[in-house]
Design a protein around this ligand. Structure first.
Ligand code: PGA
Length: 261
């Protein structure tokens, strides 16, 4: 089974609603054919701030070609949790999924592996898609323990997941922390090695349902490095931060993902 290729723009804490609307309009107006036509093999998602989710509705499925992601989701279903937005609330707002375990959430807001695991399970149970992020910091990379570190993050994040919830709604993203927003990217060889390890672990623990999951790369992806990263097997697209804030740069990355063999 061919794996779905994704390009997902993580807008982070940027863009007021009007600017979000403009950027989405510009992206949608120039999407390559298979995405514009709603093909299953190549998909494009956008993760704006919570307050801009609603204004993007006209461009998202089923009306438009885009999938809509939140940048975070609560680790509990509902209740007295001031400031949190639960999985059912997202689904009710027409959102297709959520990014979970982004390194900025882990390092700046103290999210632990346990919190990430709860979020993954609750969001998938609520029929949302989940973009689960894993990735090592610079110290870990330099110590040479990056593979075991990232595999342990993955294993912890999926530790509460019943096997029946392992399906195409789960998307993985390998994002080396030292590459996020820094202009440094993993070499295609390093990315390929990590993606292979992640896929092997997924297969070992979840069989083909695990092995068939899309694994995206993230961390300073730009139009000038996306093609080389796509060329190494096992990279199924990108989670894009900075470059997703510019329509043309994001579209160029989308085109490269679409045209990769
Ligand atoms: P970046 O961000 O592309 O700006 O490095 C990637 C991410 O944080 O998902």
């Amino acid at each position: 089974m061919a794996r779905t290729r994704w390009t997902i723009g993580n807008w982070k804490q940027n863009l007021l609603r009007g600017a979000a609307e403009e950027l989405a309009t510009a992206v949608v107006s120039d999407l390559p054919e298979p995405v514009a036509e709603g093909g299953k093999q190549v998909r494009v998602g956008i993760a704006p701030s919570f307050v801009a989710l609603d204004v993007l509705r006209p461009w998202v499925r089923p009306q438009g070609p885009l999938f809509l992601f939140a940048q975070n989701v609560a680790a509990q279903e509902e209740g007295a949790f001031t400031g949190e937005v639960g999985p059912d609330m997202l689904r009710d707002a027409g959102v297709h999924g959520a990014i979970v375990g982004h390194s900025e959430r882990r390092t700046l807001f103290g999210e632990t592996d346990t919190t990430v695991a709860r979020k993954v399970k609750l969001a998938l149970e609520a029929d949302l898609r989940v973009v689960l992020c894993v990735g090592e910091g610079l110290e870990v990379r330099e110590s040479g323990n990056h593979e075991s570190f990232v595999i342990s993050q993955l294993s912890a994040a999926l530790s509460q997941l019943p096997h029946e919830l392992m399906n195409e709604r789960l998307i993985l993203a390998y994002e080396p922390v030292w590459a996020i927003g820094t202009g440094k990217t993993a070499t295609p060889r390093d990315a390929a090695a990590m993606h292979r390890s992640l896929r092997a672990w997924m297969e070992k623990h979840f069989g083909s349902a695990g092995a068939d999951r899309s694994i995206l790369y993230g961390g300073s992806v730009k139009p000038n490095n996306a093609a080389a990263l796509m060329a190494v097997g096992d990279v199924d697209g990108f989670l894009v931060g900075g470059a997703s804030l510019e329509a043309e740069a994001f579209l160029q990355i989308v085109r490269l993902v679409v045209s990769a063999a």
